[in-house]
Design a protein around this ligand. Structure first.
Ligand code: ADP
Ligand code: ZN
Length: 634
């Protein structure tokens, strides 16, 4: 296939006319131009980075140039549905083929496809690899009407990754059968191993690689010590996210149910989601979350993949995720629209103990357990960190914060200004001595009665608390009794967490009793220095006091009273349109677009056209109505 020359600003024009956006983000322009000209590409971009436009703009350009349809491989039915809905709203002919369609509908779409009317066709991999579908592709290819294959969620091809899908392995057939058709693979998975798997399995060795920074500057990371988790969560929601949509992750199904019920009782609209609910309930809850404003989804990790709702304002973890990869992926579901969002987590000693136990007691072989322990340690180090969380997160993925940033002069930065530790640097204390005291107390227990005890009792003894258990075992006679009275209980818990995380202590049995490990000796000898954060109550932060991280995305300007009234009126109007068209509200217009309209108050169609997110089709379809809503609420 001959490469099509891309006219200088054709891509920019499509971006503006069709999508109503003024500028490409990050590397979008390069990617679009490369792919529109017929090049293969591997695109790595964080969630919310704007991957869809990277194939949608080339698809439009290539279709206009008579090169036919772009086939998008996607594993997720809900996502296909929303993407096609969104394309429909901006006037781009697109469709999907999946198991939700009946025979008649499917055949109608196939006819459209063969007639060359579609710009984009979304389909699941298993559908694409059927003989019937491949035959249709052959027929298009023979006529040079197959413009591009875009393989979304490409990490699904890797067994190393977290979402392996058998069907993705078959996709290498596309290259074998249609070597002349350009291909691009897209993913938000950052790790190098998965990346190489994608290249090898999809035969993309010659594809150009576009690796973006994985930073999500609008997400604020906060990790607090678990104290009374429910109360902490409630305060976080009430203080900072009233009326916002968000996700609360819990580890067990029961906790999901309990938390959702409890939030509802507290007047916060919340729904449960976990694999134990029947398919119909899950679908209904997911649908409501996508379509309604301000719902909180309380879920296990069964929820989230393919949720591209852009206005998720927070992701809260009530339990520790499995590792940093999982944490980054789960928190990444917040703030895809680029507006400020929170990643908030509470964790405590029990989390550490449980996770260790799950690994130790697991079926896996020793090598795998070793790998898992290493990953857990990295996560704990992040949780206990007293320096910038973002620098650590990105560092974990091999990125030096600030280095990939064209505007910052390629100098790695040490602080982001938008995580809890940057905003309120925690005090630290030297816990070296305390750690020695704790370990020697465990040692004394063993010496005295040959018995082991859990963390609670250990802290009581260190602090010199007279409890029944202390009396029962005669522990007030130990030389370590009361030697740590000057250290607060929360601080002791921090010390024990660290010692377990670092592998100097381990927990055993049903009661999580504590036992020294071989490396404890190094601590006892004072060879290991421990610098810990002083546990602090999370400061209250009103919405208005939010400071912004990096300069690349401007904060949404606060709306004055009149503008807020207009914004509310526009949202109500949007809700009606969304219901009528059976699409989520954000498919009609994003919050950011409505906010700009409310603020700028355009008085004519020409003025309205300058608002970001208003393309030609939407201007035509909704322009007059929007102006009417704005006039009414003047
Ligand atoms: P990803 O698939 O990478 O997670 P999306 O393609 O869903 O991200 O894009 C995230 C959001 O950003 C979408 O709502 C999209 O409309 C918006 N967006 C993408 N590119 C731009 C741009 N150049 N200008 C303005 N908004 C954009
Ligand atoms: Zn920071």
């Amino acid at each position: 296939m001959s490469p099509a020359p891309v006219e200088a600003d054709a891509a920019q024009q499509v971006l503006h006319e069709v999508f109503g956006y003024t500028a490409f983000r990050g590397r979008q322009r390069e990617i679009v131009e490369h792919v529109a000209a017929g090049g293969d590409a591997l695109v790595l971009m964080p969630t919310g980075g704007g991957k869809s436009l990277c194939y949608q703009v080339p698809a439009i350009l290539r279709h206009r140039a008579g090169q036919g349809v772009t086939v998008v491989v996607s594993p997720l039915i809900a996502l296909m549905h929303d993407q096609v809905g969104a394309l429909d709203e901006v006037g781009v002919p697109a469709a999907f083929l999946n198991s939700t369609l009946d025979g008649d509908e499917a055949r109608r779409i196939e006819r459209e496809l063969l007639a060359g009317r579609l710009v984009l066709l979304y389909a699941a991999p298993e559908r694409i690899l059927t003989p019937r579908f491949l035959a249709m592709l052959e027929s298009l290819a023979e006529r040079d009407r197959l413009a591009l294959f875009a393989i979304d969620e490409a990490h699904c091809v890797s067994q190393w990754g977290h979402d392996f899908r058998e069907e993705y392995l078959g996709l290498s057939a596309l290259h074998e059968r249609f070597p002349q058709v350009p291909r691009m693979a897209l993913t938000a998975t950052a790790d190098a191993h998965t990346r190489e798997d994608i290249v090898a399995r999809l035969k993309l060795e010659d594809a150009r690689r576009f690796v973006s920074s994985f930073d999500r500057p609008n997400i604020r990371y906060t990790i607090v010590e678990k104290d009374e988790p429910k109360r902490q969560l409630l305060r976080f929601l009430r203080d900072e996210h009233e009326g916002d949509a968000g996700i609360v992750y819990c580890q067990s199904r029961k906790k999901v149910e309990d938390t959702a019920a409890w939030l509802s009782d507290e007047g916060i609209p919340a729904l449960p989601y976990h694999a134990g609910l029947d398919a119909e309930t899950r679908r209904r809850h997911q649908d409501r979350f996508l379509r309604e404003d301000g719902l909180v989804m309380v879920a296990t990790i069964a929820f989230g993949m393919g949720i591209d709702k852009p206005d998720v304002r927070f992701v809260a973890h009530l339990d520790l995720p499995k590792n940093i990869e999982a944490y980054y992926q789960e928190t990444g579901r917040a703030g895809r629209d680029g507006l400020p969002a929170d990643a908030w987590m509470t964790y405590g000693l029990a989390d550490v103990v449980n996770q260790r136990r799950m690994i130790d007691d697991g079926e896996a072989d020793e090598e795998f357990k070793h790998l898992q322990r290493g990953k857990l340690d990295a996560l704990l180090a992040l949780a206990e960190a007293h320096d910038c969380r973002r620098v650590r997160l990105l560092g974990y993925f091999g990125e030096r914060y600030g280095e990939g940033d064209e505007h910052a002069g390629a100098v790695p930065r040490l602080r982001c200004g938008n995580c809890d530790n940057c905003l309120a640097p925690p005090a630290t204390w030297d816990a070296t001595e305390a750690a020695r005291k704790a370990l020697s107390c465990v040692y004394r227990f063993r010496q005295q009665g040959g018995q082991r005890f859990g963390a609670g009792h250990l802290v009581d003894v260190l602090r010199g608390k007279q409890t029944d258990k202390v009396a029962q075992y005669g522990h007030e006679t130990l030389s370590t009794f009361g030697i740590g009275a000057d250290v607060a209980e929360t601080q002791w818990r921090g010390v024990l967490r660290q010692l377990i995380a670092l592998g100097h202590l381990r927990t055993e049995g049903e009661f999580n009793t504590l036992e020294l490990t071989a490396s404890a000796r190094e601590v006892l000898r004072g060879e290991v220095q421990l610098l810990l954060r002083v546990p602090a109550e999370t400061p209250r932060r009103g919405r208005t006091t939010r400071t912004r991280a990096s300069a690349d995305k401007p904060p949404p300007l606060p709306l004055d009273e009149a503008a807020t009234a207009r914004f509310t009126a526009l949202k109500a109007w949007r809700g009606e349109v969304a219901r009528e068209h059976n699409v989520p509200a954000y498919v009609v217009f994003h919050d950011a677009t409505l906010a700009e309209m409310a603020r700028e108050r355009p008085a004519s169609l020409d003025e309205l056209a300058t608002i970001s997110g208003v393309g030609t089709k939407k201007l035509e379809a909704y322009g007059e109505e929007i102006l009417r809503v704005l006039r009414q609420d003047a």
